[in-house]
Design a protein around this ligand. Structure first.
Ligand code: ATP
Ligand code: RI2
Length: 198
């Protein structure tokens, strides 16, 4: 599996003062589900931004990404349109460059990213909070089978994908094994900087 993580050129130094909340975790943990509920809860707060990711696969009910072809993705990357990009599961993903403007304006940006880019993002941004979403392995397997998303590819490979040290790097861990609504409220507390720290 090849992994790449690249921050936008010319973004040396820590970008602040706004916060960057990174939602990470294994496939099926519920990142997009909790993000969607948290976004709805923060809809009236102009200080919180949930950027749409650019992904080389179709959008789905689970996730409102900006779908592009691999060629379009490469062109946008070469044009400097991305704040951060990575590859996983045979797809390319990016966060739009505009998040830097939001963070410089003091807003909180909340995004689902690969665990592989946590280190690079902690270097690039001044105020990073990593929220790990977890669930027991048998729950992940059941959810991915039930989701049956066409673009997921090999479910077994998703389940066995392991990233060293991801939970160790988390500031907050949410065990998403109960009601999604309840766990989304935990995420909202972190987004609003009212959350518990571990
Ligand atoms: N607390 C929960 N209880 C029951 N089902 C849940 C819960 N959270 C998420 N799910 C379901 O589990 C499936 C996986 O959730 P979701 O797509 O949000 O995971 P994800 O972490 O974003 O996965 P991926 O990284 O593969 O995109 C979805 O079908 C979702 O409806
Ligand atoms: O396993 P790691 O590298 O942490 O995550 C890799 C990517 O996997 C998931 O992608 P998808 O939305 O399921 O395709 C996440 O959204 C993340 O971007």
């Amino acid at each position: 599996m090849s992994e790449t993580a690249t921050t936008a050129e010319g973004e040396a130094g820590a970008i602040g003062p706004g916060r960057l909340v990174l939602v990470v975790g294994p496939s099926g943990a519920g990142k997009d589900t909790l993000l969607r509920l948290a976004q709805a809860a923060c809809a009236d707060d102009p200080g919180v931004v949930f950027p749409r990711r650019i992904v080389t696969r179709p959008s789905s009910p689970d996730e409102d990404n900006i779908a592009v072809s691999p060629d379009e993705f490469d062109r946008a990357r070469d044009h400097g349109d991305f704040a951060m990009q990575w590859d996983a599961h045979g797809h390319s993903y990016a966060l739009p460059r505009e998040i830097n403007d939001h963070i410089r304006a003091g807003r909180t940006v909340v995004a689902n990213v690969s665990r592989t880019v946590i280190g690079a993002l902690r270097q690039t941004y001044a105020n990073v909070v990593v929220v790990a979403i977890t669930a027991p392995p048998e729950v992940l397997a059941r959810r991915l089978a039930a989701r049956a998303r066409q673009s997921d590819g090999n479910i077994a490979e998703r389940l066995t994908r392991s990233i060293d040290d991801a939970t160790a790097q988390a500031d907050v861990t949410i065990l998403n094994a109960g009601s999604a609504e309840d766990h989304s409220r935990e995420l909202v507390r972190v987004v609003r900087n009212e959350g518990r720290r571990e």
